[in-house]
Design a protein around this ligand. Structure first.
Ligand code: MF3
Ligand code: CO
Length: 251
């Protein structure tokens, strides 16, 4: 899992260098898939079929690229161009040596309104605060509550119908890791548990990300921007081990 996690981090580092206004999200996806395959990994999301959902087509790409009001699962397209002033959430999963790694970052293109920059910064802080709670002996609700409390203290809304997850030989394993909840509640965290912690936080009031029927992309209900950061971590005593940390000090 350290190897798949490190490759995910390198993909995001590479994209952070390559992304420019005018680039299509399809181009970003091509760069990511090539990079993963050149490094002997397999894209985790490509052809992914969500368990128990009907009428959803297998996921058709390597990345999820979700712009502005898109919360998650934006499908890359040659016609979708990133622009100055956009916030662009890029989510990537890699399968290698029998295990998955999964991480996301929200990139800022050029000048954006101060409140949107604050949303991005606070969402990143939410991830760090959640990770800080992912230690042996704590409970899952300690992670969730740390994220929710920080987001709400700035008046931002937590997207409740999209959650983090256990991760390992499957991309999505138990337990679900909500971005809201009560401290000291939920399952006990044990040394060695691997979790993908992924706050999705929105400006405005939307508490859900909604999709048109059959579509992958999920957007805020009020059209306000949403940010997303994710790391794959392992629960340890004292401090979690982050498997998808940037290799270049970028994130
Ligand atoms: N990081 C997201 C998640 O963990 C991305 C999944 S995209 C999918 O749920 F295509 F694989 F569904
Ligand atoms: Co995930």
């Amino acid at each position: 899992m350290r190897e798949s996690g490190a490759l995910v981090a390198r993909v995001l580092d590479m994209l952070q260098d390559e992304i420019v206004p005018g680039m299509s999200t399809r181009r970003m996806d091509e760069l990511a898939e090539q990079f993963i395959r050149d490094n002997h990994g397999v894209p985790s999301f490509l052809n992914y079929v969500p368990k128990g959902e009907v009428g959803v087509t297998p996921y058709p790409a390597t990345l999820c690229v979700s712009i502005n009001e898109e919360v998650v699962h934006g499908v890359p397209s040659a016609r979708r161009i990133v622009r100055e002033g956009d916030i662009v959430s890029v989510d990537c999963g890699v399968y290698m040596g029998g295990y998955h790694g999964d991480a996301a970052r929200t990139f800022v293109l050029g000048e954006i309104p101060a409140e949107v920059q604050k949303l991005v910064d606070v969402t990143r802080e939410c991830l760090d605060l959640g990770i800080a709670q992912a230690i042996t002996g704590n409970r899952l609700g300690d992670v969730s509550s740390a994220i929710e409390t920080h987001a709400r203290s700035f008046g931002f809304s937590v997207i409740e119908n999209m959650v983090g997850h256990g991760i390992g030989s499957e991309l999505h394993e138990d337990p679900a890791v909500p971005n809201y909840g009560r401290a000291h509640s939920g399952v006990k965290l044990r040394t060695g548990m691997a979790l993908a912690i992924e706050p999705m936080i929105a400006l405005g009031r939307s508490r859900r990300a909604v999709s048109k029927r059959g579509a992958w992309v999920a957007v805020t209900e009020d059209g306000k921007p949403s940010a997303h950061f994710e790391h794959t971590i392992v629960v340890r005593e004292g401090a979690a081990e982050v498997l998808t940390r940037s290799q270049s000090g970028k994130a």
